[in-house]
Structures are given as structure tokens and as C-alpha cells.
Design a protein around this ligand. Structure first.
Ligand SMILES: [Zn+2]
Ligand SMILES: [Zn+2]
Length: 191
């Protein structure tokens, strides 16, 4: 569904939402400026604003220095465009931001402050950080494997030496027994 052009009511607090034109993306957003500060995005609109390099300055300008009423984020909301019950979904793998989505028309509703959180999660810095965590995990696992190999080598070396020493002792004992049998030892002591 394309950009809706009717005045809609906020699915969280019921206030009339204000339309704000976003020139870079060329779409209107519906913002609850007189109520809870929530934002409604028509189908696909949200993709134009969820990354930090995408411009949301008109939105920030509109929302800044305002007090908004608090709303119960756990309540089921109804899509202001098509009336369907909206579903709650996590916007990130960290599961720290939950947004309301309309599966009928593709609309999305974000409570006040959620867009900033989502944009910071999607920032290149965060993506790099996640990569680093995986890199660390991988490298540490690699180092541990090397250590484990070293430990095993050390162990097998110790076993080898022990076997050699035991073998040498056995040879000496056998040689002594052989000499005793031949009588050499007796002769030695019976001068
Ligand atoms: Zn509202
Ligand atoms: Zn809808």
C-alpha cells in the first residue's frame, strides 16, 4: 500500500496524528505529536529510515523539546489505516526493541524513542562490534585448540620417555639375571 493521505488516529493513544513530509525519501510520515510521540510508517516506508545514514532530521525537529504521554506498550494496537490487529515483533536480534506491525497492509508503528534505538542498533559501529565479538570468539577458540594440542604433545612425550626408561631398566635386569645364571656375579663375590 502506498503512502496513505488521510488523517489517521494514533494506534497507541488515539490522538490525531500529524503528517510530516520527509523530502529525502519523498514520503509522509504520521506522527503523534500531540499525544505519545509514536510514529506510523506505511508499508515499506520504515526501510527508508532505519539506518543512521538515512535522514530523519525533520522528524527529530518535530519531536524535540516535547513532552509525550506514556502509553502501555504491551497493549494490542489496531492498524490506523486498515483496522487489523497489529503484531508485536522484535526489531533486532538483541530483542531490545519491539515494534507493532500490520500484516494486512504492512504498516509499522514505533513508540517514542524506538526509531533512535533501532538506528543505533543498525549503525556500522554496532555491526563492526558484533563482527569483532565473533572474531574474538573464533580466535580465542583457535588459540585454545593450539594450547590443547601442545598439552597433548607434552603428555605423549612424557609417556614416550617413561616407556624408554622402563625398557632400559628391563634390559639391565635381564642382563643381570643372565650374568647370574652364567655364574659371573657369584665369581665376582667369591674371590
Ligand atoms: Zn499516540
Ligand atoms: Zn494495516
Amino acid at each position: 500500500m502506498a503512502d496513505n493521505d488521510k488523517i489517521i488516529k494514533c494506534p497507541a493513544c488515539g490522538c490525531e496524528m500529524e503528517k510530516i513530509f520527509m523530502p529525502k525519501a519523498g514520503v509522509n510520515l504520521d506522527v503523534c505529536t500531540n499525544g505519545c510521540g509514536g510514529i506510523y510508517f506505511d508499508n515499506r516506508e520504515f526501510k527508508e529510515f532505519d539506518e543512521p545514514h538515512e535522514d530523519i532530521s525533520p522528524l527529530i525537529e518535530l519531536l524535540k523539546d516535547k513532552e509525550f504521554k506514556s502509553v502501555d506498550e504491551n497493549e494490542t494496537r489496531y492498524c490506523p489505516v486498515c483496522g487489523s490487529a497489529m503484531m508485536k515483533n522484535y526489531a533486532s536480534a538483541e530483542k531490545d526493541v519491539q515494534v507493532d506491525e500490520c500484516y494486512s497492509c504492512g504498516g509499522k508503528f514505533l513508540d517514542y524513542g524506538e526509531i533512535k534505538k533501532i538506528r543505533s542498533i543498525n549503525s556500522p559501529y554496532n555491526i563492526e562490534k558484533t563482527k569483532d565479538i565473533f572474531k574474538d570468539l573464533y580466535e580465542n577458540a583457535g588459540l585454545e585448540l593450539i594450547e590443547e594440542k601442545k598439552r597433548r604433545n607434552q603428555k605423549s612425550k612424557t609417556i614416550k620417555y617413561t616407556v624408554r626408561i622402563l625398557f632400559a631398566i628391563l634390559i639391565i635386569v635381564l642382563a643381570l639375571l643372565f650374568l647370574i645364571k652364567l655364574g659371573y656375579i657369584n665369581k665376582l663375590f667369591n674371590f
